[in-house]
Design a protein around this ligand. Sequence first.
Ligand SMILES: [Zn+2]
Length: 413
Amino acid sequence: MGRAAYGWLLLVTLVLVGLAMAVVPWGLPVGPLSGSVDPSAGLDTEALKEIADYRSRAVPLGLLAQAVSVLTALLLALTSWGARLVRSLPGQRWWPVQLALAVVVLVIIGRLAVLPLTVPLEVARRKAGLSTRSWPQWALDVAREMLVESVGTVVVVAVLVGLARWGRRGWWLLASTLAGLLVVAGSYLYPLLVEPIFNSFEPLDESPLRTSLLDLADRDGLAIHEVLRVDASRRTTAVNAYVSGLGTTRRLVVYDTLLNQATSSEVRLVVAHELGHAAENDVRNGTALGALGAVSGVTVLVLVAGAGPVRRRAGVAGVHSVQAVPLLVGLATVGMLVVLPVQNAMSRAIETRADIHALELTNDDVTFVAMQQRFAVSNLTDPDPPRWLYAWFASHPSPAERVALAERWAMAR
Ligand SMILES: [Zn+2]
């Protein structure tokens, strides 16, 4: 592979950077919309204190859990412990069985390592009223997450190891391309195949709200053929809405949690924000960026995991060996954490554009500000988080920024 793989990596990365420059609105917010931000987001001292109290307990636990999970993954990747662990597993006669077992064991170890932190975190979330789950429900959710994580990891790692074992020239090219295609397939199939398994969708009854939502889409030049209500409350208290499908199948899906908790003006604002994503093709662009990221990520993974010093340190013969699974999983874990700030910077710019779209479509900055404040209080979100925490982990602008954006938008109007 060698030189060809570096060439491929350079090519894909250039396309990725070019696309990111083209589709991410880096310049936002601009002109009258930029400037200083009130860090309180207009919240009163009592609310700010309640948020700060919760954050002072939850944030250190969350960060420590993040650190422990990365260190555990690295320890199994870059010492011979990981390879030895895989050798000790049954299923040696057929490599896919051994690989699946290795992934499941790694997922279990990862969860057990952070358990002393995730349990107190759940206790803190309960005390603060953020979590309403019983402990059996919590355990079931953790098990479900582990299942999803295991299945996803097995598919990707099996493709990688399987192609390496096949070992034809350019196997890594095929592996990285397949990783990109998996991202595209996942993005299209998830709402079509997976969501209907977990939730049921029903048309939203004729109502003034439904009419006003269709009217919003119409003013946006987006033909919506159906407004659906999804029973998301079975799983979550989070509120959301999204637009899916194209052309004559385009539909607007609204979470029942949103319909139950929010006022009509708030629902209109959330929907207008989602229409902003649809108008700018953010899902399509995000999928393309994610797919290119997966292609270059897998190429880097193959290059690093296949490098002599790394292989020797991990005590594995190469990517074709099932014993390389802890190395691959560990490197991927670290890699995803490293690229998170870039990914979130793009996400925040795109979300800001959708916020501006929502303000322009509804002309309702007053509700926008009130809603940001209400959501910050009910989700105990820091209105103005520490800069590095924000840069690394925030996928959306902070509540303080969103409030400031709406206020400046109203002044510039
Ligand atoms: Zn959004």
